[in-house]
Ligand binder design. Structure first.
Ligand SMILES: NC(=O)c1ccc[n+]([C@@H]2O[C@H](COP(=O)([O-])OP(=O)(O)OC[C@H]3O[C@@H](n4cnc5c(N)ncnc54)[C@H](OP(=O)(O)O)[C@@H]3O)[C@@H](O)[C@H]2O)c1
Length: 186
């Protein structure tokens, strides 16, 4: 990861971190609307097949980290297939078949040490994105150009000076919905 770029007498110095496993940064993946809203009544704001496909293809075979409410928003509250599912809850009796349950950030950090950070994807919802944002350096953001009625939000990366828009797709459409696949890095 690029930590710092300095220009001295026209010479660009790049200070980069060496991949060490522990302490490396993770990925996050989210679909936001024009106001960076992400959900309402524990559901997604909109379901776009190409976005679902992108999510599935990006996270299959990887480790996905989510809050208890997001797990319960999935069909039959079942973990996502073909992925290691890690679920956060403060409920010590919570049982989620097929998922690893952790009860605190400390427990989560310990669990995540088992995996290569490149393979870890924070998948929501709001509370987990906020908890983990500082530990991510790549964000896959599906930006849907519409303002929905919402009750949960993602921090606006366009207003955060350390995050930069690195890539944006051509405009995509699904019926009358316009959306873009964006990658932000920091
Ligand atoms: N647009 C997107 O890409 C996207 C992606 C994912 C989710 N969403 C949406 O986001 C909304 C849900 O977000 P949310 O913030 O309400 O819920 P959430 O983050 O999915 O889950 C919240 C729960 O996680 C647990 N938790 C949070 N922090 C914890 C900590 N430090 N230690 C232990 N447990 C912790 C708590 O569970 P307990 O209450 O059991 O203790 C908490 O109630 C839904 O509308 C969903 O559809 C959108």
């Amino acid at each position: 990861m690029l930590l710092k770029e300095q220009s001295r007498d026209g010479v660009i110095l790049r200070i980069v971190s060496v991949t060490t496993g522990l302490g490396d940064y993770m990925n996050l993946i989210v679909a936001v609307d024009r106001n960076w809203a992400i959900g309402k009544d524990n559901k997604l704001l909109v379901s776009i097949p190409d976005d679902m496909k992108f999510f599935r293809e990006t996270t299959t075979g990887k480790v996905v980290v989510m809050g208890r409410k997001t797990l319960e928003s999935f069909p039959n509250s079942k973990p996502l297939p073909n992925r290691v599912n890690i679920v956060l809850t403060r409920d010590m009796n919570y049982d989620a078949k097929g998922a690893v349950v952790v009860h605190s950030k400390e427990e989560l950090d310990k669990e995540l040490e088992k995996y290569n950070s490149d393979d870890i994807y924070i998948i929501g919802g709001e509370s987990i994105y906020r908890l983990m944002l500082d530990e991510c350096d790549r964000a896959f953001v599906t930006y849907v150009d519409y303002a929905y009625d919402a009750d949960t939000y993602f921090p606006n990366l366009d207003e955060m000076s350390d995050w930069k828009l690195a890539q944006e797709s051509e405009e995509q459409t699904y019926y009358d919905i316009e959306f873009y696949f964006r990658t932000y890095t920091r």
